[in-house]
Ligand binder design. Structure first.
Ligand SMILES: C[S@@+](CC[C@H](N)C(=O)[O-])C[C@H]1O[C@@H](n2cnc3c(N)ncnc32)[C@H](O)[C@@H]1O
Length: 285
């Protein structure tokens, strides 16, 4: 009987086994506080598969070993970037920005000020992804220049992923990110590319925002903030991690400062150290 030569191809790993998924879930939890949903095994498998190819690892087990080895230390960030969701856009949940520009700034400027030196507004866009939230805040501040005359504003955007922060610093966006931006804002605050496909935030606005890497599970070692936006990130955290993040955020707020909470964070019942001022704005008394 003739022998048939079968050419063996390296097997493409398809989906994480239950054991492998559990290992990666624990790893993600340990490094970010994110509790990946058990139903997301296909999504996570697909995203990790891209990374293991990029790192030339044979299969999920080999990639896991690599990720945990000294040689794979630089891969942690790319890995977290691949498995987290970075979707964002300008003026997401527009009434948060209406509130910021209106009620919040009105109240802030009416507070008794000791002198010009204390006229400082500090805003933190926590888990800012590619920067749209931080620049939306900067647009609100710039459009309030009369109200904020004599004030020094600092806007800080932070994220666990250096990759999204790099994009945030470049500040060039596709139209899809700009659906909520009015025509007049688009003309005033952005430079369009020749083919109109992308828009870059103008330098004056870019200079208002400072981006830095930060894990929400750790305290941010910066002076206190008057307003912190925490939106569309804690939905992925379990309760214990949410509690750690909330403590860090409350500690980062100045007295009288506000926490702006996204609609799906799942933390409304955990904000007792703050006073509820509206469905999304919580104040440190
Ligand atoms: C969906 S985006 C939210 C962006 C923006 N806040 C918004 O509401 O549109 C979630 C971001 O959270 C970041 N992230 C996830 N875990 C984090 C952590 N432990 N510390 C800081 N950022 C984290 C991700 O990298 C991602 O960019």
């Amino acid at each position: 009987m003739p022998l048939i030569a079968i050419q063996t191809q390296p097997m493409e790993p398809d989906k994480l086994s239950t054991r492998q998924f559990e290992l990666f879930r624990e790893f993600i939890y340990r490094h970010s506080g994110i509790r990946v949903d058990l139903a997301k095994v296909t999504l996570v498998s697909n995203r990790i598969r891209r990374r293991l190819k990029a790192c030339q690892q044979a299969d999920f087990d080999a990639y896991y070993k690599f990720l945990n080895s000294a040689a794979g230390a630089g891969e942690l960030e790319q890995f977290l970037d691949a498995v987290t969701t970075n979707e964002t856009y300008f003026f997401r949940t527009p009434h948060h920005f209406d509130w910021f520009k209106g009620e919040f700034l009105d109240e802030l400027v009416q507070r008794p000020q000791a002198g010009a030196l204390s006229k400082k507004l500090r805003v933190w866009s926590a888990a800012c992804s590619t920067g749209e939230e931080a620049y939306s805040i900067a647009i609100c501040v710039q459009e309030s220049s009369i109200k904020l005359h004599g004030w020094k504003t600092t806007i800080v955007g932070t994220d666990i992923s250096e990759a999204v922060l790099r994009d945030a610093r470049v500040a060039t966006y596709k139209k899809r990110s700009l659906d909520e931006v009015s025509e007049s804002r688009l003309r005033r605050q952005f430079d369009a590319s020749a083919d109109d496909a992308t828009y870059t935030v103008r330098p004056a606005l870019r200079e208002m925002v400072e981006f830095r890497r930060h894990n929400l599970m750790e305290p941010l070692k910066l002076p206190p903030f008057d307003c912190i936006f925490i939106r569309n990130v804690l939905i992925y955290f379990d309760r214990a991690s949410k509690q750690v993040v909330i403590n860090n955020l409350v500690n980062a707020l100045a007295p009288g400062g506000y926490l702006v909470v996204g609609p799906s964070e799942g933390i409304y019942d955990m904000l007792s150290p703050l006073v509820k001022r509206s469905t999304f704005a919580y104040q440190k008394s």
